[in-house]
Design a protein around this ligand. Structure first.
Ligand code: ATP
Ligand code: MG
Length: 792
């Protein structure tokens, strides 16, 4: 088959000699009236397997410069530059979600039947109930993770403390740290090996924090296996083992992912993993509804991780959501508040206090005295922000390079597990070296340290270096915020900052379930406190240099530099430390300066992870290089179309030979040239497969029509069967499919001369998957998908 553009068709038709009997396709159709094309007029990409993991690894250097995808524009944004040469197979690895509701005839019938009206009071009510359930269940899961981590860490560090006390006899010089060191290695390496093993061998998608995955999902990209129960189980065990193992990470990211899985699971009323359909919530079985619940779940997850309901909701809006509206925000807030309330009740019961008086929700500890600031400190906060921006940008860049290195040199699964164990061993070793060589003894009683270790100190003293390491990173952040002035030496904090900075940078990207929030806050808190101590050393009169306050600002600045969020971070920090609203201003100054400085150099860490994984995320704004172009510049043609009444065999062959997910439905087709037909709708691959599987042919319409409803299609959601599950159709059997009741009769159409920024805005705002480009006669000219906005 020679595939040609219409413009060149006459030329080629003339050149086609009589000796060449191959059929000639013009604009994707076949002039010899073959009802099934021998080869479809498109680049048939090989069926690519779903990516095995959403690796938080890779770097821009890995992106091959592909001769075919030579950039056609000179001015490119950072993202576009990285995506310009993405190889075809990488481009094709992610499919999209259908956020645009297919309002076909079956859907309209459902709308008219008052019982199951999507907008009826009952459905509305059920939607609220689901959001409340999401809040409760996410909080219960988060509490369980929290309590298990707390209990196991307590056991671990108590044991290590007694081992140190036994092996380093009090008031004797020397002592042997070897045995405690070995125990420490064992208690770190073992849990980390279990966690990394589970993540690597059972569910690789659970690696990393989970926030980039949830963010991509909410943007409309289907990330395989991201919201399955198995994923939740591995994620939960993975995060417990990694935090207990002492890796430089936190549980927050995984909790957000857990919330998303809970939401996706509950709202569907069935579990595909356990092959159990509870026959409830059937109206919510589509991508659009599921997306809204997942947003609520993510917010409930953040809330449960920090005990910060407003921060949780804002986090979802600022970082995760790509689409929102007033009702959704309201429901998300309720899910967050319910989550926070449930967390309060469960933790109160666990700690044996009344739910009304329990104040444990200040996860990062409440400041005893109101934090105040002088106006002349504001420039100082801004400088700290700048420093956070620089350190954060450097962290992101270093982390991306380490992960690129990892991707190239540690591709095997066993190697990934070993690598995680090695990083755990490295952490313990560095901690031991610090404890051994830095002599920082502080008087006991002054400090809320959980596991004070005497080590080489005098009686009634404890080792301040060991105190930093002998607890979970979250507890250390708490300590840095609230320890009284003079709790550490300058040297201790300086070395700790450097060690933790590099350790956290090496850890993020390992094949373990861990978030980046707490280690980033920890590094920031350490250097923030260090700055206050240094300044106090230089200006001993300056009473305003409260180390806890500067630790908080440092944490905010470092978080801003790495994550590049502002509103939600400041609210989360306020809610978790109980500082007054007046302190919002210093926090925002530090965060915004950090964000601006960091943005100058690179993207936030979540966006970087998304980018290096080649996820086709649609940005908020159209890429700058598309300014001034029209749809013609990015559309794909010829378009594979299907006739309103088409042969089942043709549809079967089309589905077999090409892997597009949407096909324009056309009528008024001359000489079987479908790709010049007049547009009357669009049909999805998944719908066509259901039609073939259920034999919904015109010839036997009277058998299936009475019981075929929109539910017939929802029942197979979300794991649509593939075309290989359809029995091959005999081409001699002339079955016909009439798409009029199945297709979406009102697809969004644009004209060839419409500007790309404008059609981008339409595409993004409506959450479309396919956009049809037509001419003035409503005949199909081309098709645009999310990949065309990113890779062309
Ligand atoms: P998605 O991957 O977003 O779920 P899809 O699989 O239908 O949707 P893409 O994978 O983005 O589509 O398509 C790859 C390329 O093929 C894009 O450039 C797109 O414009 C083009 N394309 C999509 N559908 C058709 C079609 N029916 N006929 C011809 N080209 C198409
Ligand atoms: Mg595709």
């Amino acid at each position: 088959v020679i595939i040609i553009d219409k413009a060149k068709s006459s030329e080629i038709t003339q050149n086609a000699s009589t000796s060449d009997h191959r059929p000639i396709a013009v604009n994707g159709d076949y002039q010899n009236n073959e009802d099934v094309p021998p080869l479809l007029p498109i680049d048939i990409e090989p069926e690519t397997a779903a990516p095995s993991s959403f690796e938080s690894i890779g770097h821009a250097g890995n992106i091959n410069s592909n001769a075919n995808s030579e950039p056609i524009f000179h001015v490119r944004s950072r993202t576009a530059a990285a995506l310009a040469g993405v190889p075809q197979e990488k481009q094709a690895q992610y499919e999209s979600l259908d956020y645009d509701v297919c309002e076909n005839k079956l859907f309209q019938d459902e709308q008219l039947s008052h019982l199951r009206d999507r907008f009826s009071l009952r459905t509305h009510f059920i939607r609220w109930i689901i959001f409340i359930l999401i809040g409760i269940i996410t909080a219960v899961i988060a509490c369980t993770i929290d309590i298990v981590i707390e209990a196991l860490s307590e056991l671990k560090y108590n044991f290590l403390k007694s081992s140190v006390d036994e092996n380093v006899p009090v008031n004797e010089s020397g002592g042997d740290l070897a045995l405690p060191y070995l125990w420490w290695l064992l208690f770190s390496a073992l849990p980390v090996a279990i966690g990394a093993g589970m993540v690597t061998y059972i569910e690789p998608i659970t690696a990393g924090s989970g926030i980039p995955q949830v963010k991509s999902y909410l943007n409309g990209v289907k990330i395989p296996r991201i919201v399955r129960i198995k994923t939740l189980a591995v994620k939960a065990i993975g995060v417990i083992t990694s935090v207990v193992g002492g890796l430089a990470g936190g549980k927050e990211g995984p909790m957000i992912h857990a919330g998303a899985v809970v939401a996706a699971g509950i709202s569907q009323g069935k579990s595909t993993t356990f092959v159990k359909d509870f026959r409830i919530f059937k109206a919510f079985r589509d991508d659009h509804e599921k997306r809204d619940f997942v947003l609520g779940g993510a917010a409930a997850g953040v809330t449960a991780a920090f005990g910060a309901p407003i921060g949780g909701m804002l986090f979802s809006l600022e970082e995760a959501a790509s689409f929102w509206n007033q009702n959704l925000i309201w429901r998300t807030l309720i899910a967050s508040i319910i989550s926070s309330f449930t967390l309060n009740i469960v933790l109160s019961a666990y700690h044996g206090v009344s739910a009304l008086t329990f104040t444990g929700l200040f996860n990062l500890g409440k400041f005893d005295h109101p934090l105040t600031f002088e106006y002349f400190e504001l420039p100082l906060f801004m400088l700290l922000g700048v420093m956070g921006g620089l350190l954060g940008a450097a962290w992101n860049s270093l982390n991306t390079h380490i992960n690129g290195f990892r991707k190239r040199f540690v591709p095997w699964r066993a190697g990934k597990v070993c690598e995680a164990v090695l990083v755990a061993i490295l952490g313990v070793t560095l901690a031991c070296v610090m404890i051994y060589y830095i002599n920082d003894c502080r008087p006991l009683g002054n400090d809320p340290t959980i596991h004070p270790v005497q080590l080489f100190c005098e009686d009634n003293e404890y080792n301040a270096v060991a105190a930093l390491w002998f607890q979970t990173p979250e507890a250390t952040v708490r300590a840095l915020f609230h320890d009284p002035p003079g709790s550490h030496k300058i040297l201790t904090l300086a070395v700790f900052t450097v060690v933790y900075y590099f350790l956290s940078c090496t850890t993020f990207g390992l094949n373990v379930s861990l978030g980046v929030f707490i280690p980033t806050a920890l590094v920031g808190a350490a250097w923030g406190r260090l700055v206050a101590m240094l300044l106090f050393y230089i200006f001993p009169q300056a009473q305003f240099l409260h180390p806890g306050k500067y630790a908080l600002i440092g944490a905010a600045a470092n978080l801003g530099g790495v994550l590049r969020m502002t509103i939600s971070l400041s609210v989360i920090l306020m809610e978790t430390t109980g500082v007054e609203t007046s302190f919002f201003f210093p926090l925002i100054i530090a965060l915004i300066s950090a964000k601006w400085v960091g943005d100058y150099f690179n993207d936030g860490i979540y966006d970087t992870v998304i980018e290096v994984n080649h996820v086709p995320m649609l940005p908020w704004e159209p890429l700058p290089q598309y300014k001034g172009l029209t749809a013609e510049a990015i559309l794909s043609k010829p378009v594979v179309c299907i006739k309103l009444r088409d042969r089942a065999h043709y549809i079967y062959k089309v589905l077999q030979k090409c892997n597009h997910n949407g096909f324009p439905v056309v009528d008024d087709v001359q000489d079987d040239r479908r790709s010049e037909g007049r547009v009357c709708g669009i049909i999805l691959r998944s719908q066509l497969i259901v039609i073939l599987l259920k034999s919904l042919y015109v010839e036997n319409q009277r058998f299936w029509q009475p019981e075929t409803t929109i539910q017939t299609f929802r029942d197979v959601y979300p794991r649509y069967p593939s075309i290989s599950s359809v029995r091959p159709l005999d081409r001699k059997t002339n079955y016909t499919v009439d798409l009029s009741m199945f297709m979406n009769p009102s697809p969004v159409r644009v004209n060839t001369y419409d500007s790309v920024p404008r059609i981008f805005n339409i595409f993004r705002a409506l959450g479309l998957r396919h956009l049809l480009v037509i001419n003035s006669e409503n005949r199909i000219e081309g098709i645009i998908t999310r990949r065309d906005f990113i890779y062309k």
